[in-house]
Ligand binder design. Structure first.
Ligand code: NAD
Ligand code: DAU
Length: 362
């Protein structure tokens, strides 16, 4: 798939491109020779550039080590990148960290988004007519802004906002800013709210990579509460497909909900990984014996589930990967990239004290 907005060459700025989803998007966009790729990232604990560096086209990628909460640095980067398209993914992304220390989430997700919107709007205002017409700002957000579902129902584009963690509240605030910039200034924004992603290069503090690594190392696998909370899982490459469909054909001012239609309890996810590893590693006990039910996450949302009918109908998007194949591929990737995992884990400064698990084990 390629970006089709017809223009000689396009400058594409991706914020958070050193993270899990942004990195996957950059790897994909580097295949298109007509695109000049700029990556703005503060290079936090969650960042890693090795996935991008493995691409043949890697040298086309230009990196700005910039924190979006710094207005002047953000302005300079946008001036240099001179973007036709901005994909805004940069955010502090882990709920547990937001519970432990919410300030970085306010600074990055709210102030950072505000700074980027203002700088980008000023840039857009000064473009010539043709570039101005084709300019797009894609604001990437999460289904968590809609709060928690009961047993029935789905989130969609009309769901009311009801964020319940410092992370989701900061993302909700960023969504409201993006929406206001569209209505007030006609700034050409399209927003997305996506469900839980999984795949290679996800930082091993999130449920799926954390479970794989704990199991492989024979360490306790922490499950919060009773393990019955439900998430809707989407393979990261399918999320990137959706973002590309949106840049090609999405309607300015619209929001698209993106989900995998793969609702699983956390216990199902962990059992699934353990069963795969049982077969693969053939130890003399089941990895399920490592499961440890730990104290629940405060404000733990019960269920997320997305109705993606709008993007399916209007943009002809649908996930290409089955959950089972994508999950098996992901497990294999972590087994084959142990060195990457050890490296990124060493950068983490998360205490994990709330779980009664020592820092060295996270
Ligand atoms: P991630 O934590 O893996 O990567 C985020 C990247 O953003 C990191 O490289 C980090 O350094 C960078 N960043 C954070 N604050 C910054 C700042 N102030 N200035 C510059 N760079 C900054 O996150 P991810 O999982 O790749 O998520 C990317 C985006 O997608 C986020 O906006 C997140 O809210 C959203 N999202 C994620 C998921 C998911 O399941 N991972 C699902 C839906 C939406
Ligand atoms: O829904 C989209 C969101 O998905 C994104 O906006 C977030 O950036 C992303 O981190 C993710 O949030 P979650 O909180 O759902 O993901 P996490 O992997 O942290 O947790 C998934 C579920 O697993 C959740 O119910 C909490 C539970 N969990 C998590 C961890 C890390 C455990 O039971 N044990 C764990 O050790």
């Amino acid at each position: 798939m390629t970006i089709e907005i017809l223009y000689k060459e396009l400058n594409v700025l991706i914020t958070g491109g050193a993270g899990f989803i942004g990195g996957c998007l950059i790897r994909r966009l580097l295949n298109n020779r007509k695109l000049n790729i700029f990556n703005l990232d503060k290079l936090s604990y969650a960042s890693d550039l090795r996935g991008i560096e493995e691409c043949d086209e890697f040298k086309k990628h230009c990196l700005f080590k910039v924190d979006l909460s710094n207005f002047e640095e953000t302005k300079k980067s946008v001036l240099i990148a001179d973007p036709d398209i901005i994909f805004h993914l940069a955010a502090e992304s882990h709920v547990d960290r937001s519970i432990e220390n919410s300030k970085p989430f306010i600074e990055s997700n709210i102030i950072g988004t505000f700074n980027l919107l203002e700088v980008a709007r000023n840039h857009w205002n000064h473009l010539d007519k043709k570039r101005k017409k084709n300019f797009r700002f894609i604001h990437i957000s999460t289904d968590e802004v809609f709060g928690s579902l009961g047993k029935n129902g789905y989130f969609d584009e009309n769901s009311p906002y009801d964020p319940r963690s410092p992370y989701s509240a900061s993302k909700a605030a960023s969504d409201h800013l993006a929406n206001a910039w569209f209505h007030t200034y006609d700034f050409p924004i399209i927003s997305t709210n996506c469900s839980n992603n999984f795949g290679p290069y996800q930082f091993p503090e999130k449920l799926i990579p954390l479970t794989i690594l704990k199991a492989v190392e024979d360490l306790p696998i922490p499950i919060y509460g009773n393990g019955e909370n439900i998430r809707d899982w989407l393979y990261v490459e399918d999320h990137v497909d959706a973002l590309i469909q949106i840049i090609n054909n999405g309607e300015i001012g619209k929001k698209y909900c993106i989900g995998g239609n793969n609702e699983k309890t956390n216990l199902q996810i962990v059992n699934n990984i353990c069963s795969y590893l049982d077969k693969k590693l053939n130890k003399n006990y089941s990895h399920k014996s490592l499961i440890k039910f730990v104290v629940d996450r405060p404000g733990h949302d019960k269920r997320y589930a997305i109705n993606s009918n709008l993007i399916k109908k209007e943009l002809n998007w649908k996930p290409k990967h089955s959950f089972e194949d994508a999950m098996n591929k992901t497990i294999e990737w972590y087994l084959n990239n142990k060195r990457w995992c050890d490296n990124v884990k060493n950068k983490s400064n998360y205490s994990g004290e709330r779980l009664g698990i020592s820092k060295s084990k996270i």
